[in-house]
Design a protein around this ligand. Structure first.
Ligand SMILES: NC(=O)c1ccc[n+]([C@@H]2O[C@H](COP(=O)([O-])OP(=O)(O)OC[C@H]3O[C@@H](n4cnc5c(N)ncnc54)[C@H](OP(=O)(O)O)[C@@H]3O)[C@@H](O)[C@H]2O)c1
Length: 290
């Protein structure tokens, strides 16, 4: 008698709110044993109870030590991860640095994704056939190039929210393409990055950002998607043949109901540029937490 197919196991980092939470709900409804990780353990536990999740993990993505501990904890508690969703993020309204000395927007938008992706893929946490989705990509244009001379935007007047977010999104796109080249074929892991659309998910104000962003958020609110609508377009990348081949960038449709594959911008596709970006990201991870 043929045995029943094994249930897939998913980890959604940033699953306590917004798009990550909606993805966790949809994965659970699709019979995937889903765990979430977040900075507020009590909130995560409440979400887990409400959605019937497999469990929760604690992580502060602004801390490299915390991300390192998350990888260890997942390795100890889960046999494998088939689906990894990277959704945690926040908009900051002024330049500051983390305890690791990294510019905060760079840390919470990009660097934890780099650290976790590299540790999970290289450390055997991801099962063969696993899919990784970073919910934070650019919308497929070659804007927001990386400031290699001053990536922490530390020079006087160098920092702006848009510059900080722009280069972090660019690095997330590059991470997807470079990770696919490193682990796609050999480890059979498929990497994706998606722009989730304009989504009304900042229910608790955690993604407010600078005044201009707040104003833009309010102006665009009538056309904003609900997190569930964004998640409905993203989940097929994780479960259906659509996402079987990685190294792809996607954009959620603001007015339709199907996610669109984006053309990979020339800079993001360029291997020399990609390796330079990879080395840059890697240089900001403390050896202790790799
Ligand atoms: N919403 C949009 O229109 C939009 C557009 C482009 C890109 N994005 C990106 O899409 C992703 C999801 O956004 P969203 O709209 O779902 O935002 P959200 O509703 O504010 O949810 C963000 C999630 O990240 C978690 N988080 C924030 N800082 C964290 C930290 N230091 N450590 C651990 N977890 C942390 C939050 O935890 P708490 O529950 O504890 O707050 C929450 O679970 C973000 O990366 C965002 O930048 C969103």
């Amino acid at each position: 008698m043929a045995s029943a197919p094994q249930q897939k196991i998913a980890l959604v980092v940033g699953g306590s709110n917004g798009i990550g939470r909606a993805i966790a709900a949809k994965l659970t409804a699709a019979n995937v044993v889903t765990y979430i990780a977040g900075r507020n353990l009590a909130k995560c536990q409440g979400v887990a109870q409400e959605l019937g999740l497999g469990g929760v993990f604690e992580v502060d993505v602004a801390s490299q030590e915390s991300v390192h501990r998350l990888v260890r904890a997942v390795q100890e508690r889960l046999t494998r991860v088939d689906i990894l969703v990277l959704s945690a993020g926040a908009n900051v309204d002024a330049r500051s640095t983390t305890a690791d000395g990294v510019e905060l927007q760079f840390a919470v938008t990009h660097l934890w994704r780099f650290q976790l992706t590299a540790a999970a893929a290289a450390g055997g946490l991801l099962a063969p056939g696993a899919r990784v989705l970073s919910v934070s990509g650019s919308s497929g244009v070659d804007l927001g190039l990386v400031d290699f001379a001053d990536p922490m935007l530390a020079r006087p007047n160098a920092w702006s929210f848009f510059k900080a977010q722009g280069q972090a999104h660019k690095l997330n796109d590059v991470l997807c393409i470079q990770a696919q080249r490193r682990w796609g074929a050999d480890a059979n892991i498929q990497f994706h990055a998606a722009y989730p659309g304009q989504v009304a998910s900042n229910s608790d104000g955690s993604i407010e950002g600078p005044l201009l962003v707040q104003i833009l958020n309010r102006v665009t609110s009538p056309i904003k998607l609900k997190p569930e609508a964004s998640a409905a377009q993203l989940v097929p990348i994780l479960l259906e043949p659509l996402g079987a081949e990685g190294g792809k960038l996607w954009s959620v449709s603001q007015f339709g109901d199907t996610v669109t594959e984006l053309k990979v911008p020339a800079k993001v596709a360029d291997d020399d540029y990609g390796k330079k970006c990879w080395d840059l990201s890697n240089s900001f991870i403390n050896e202790k937490w790799k």
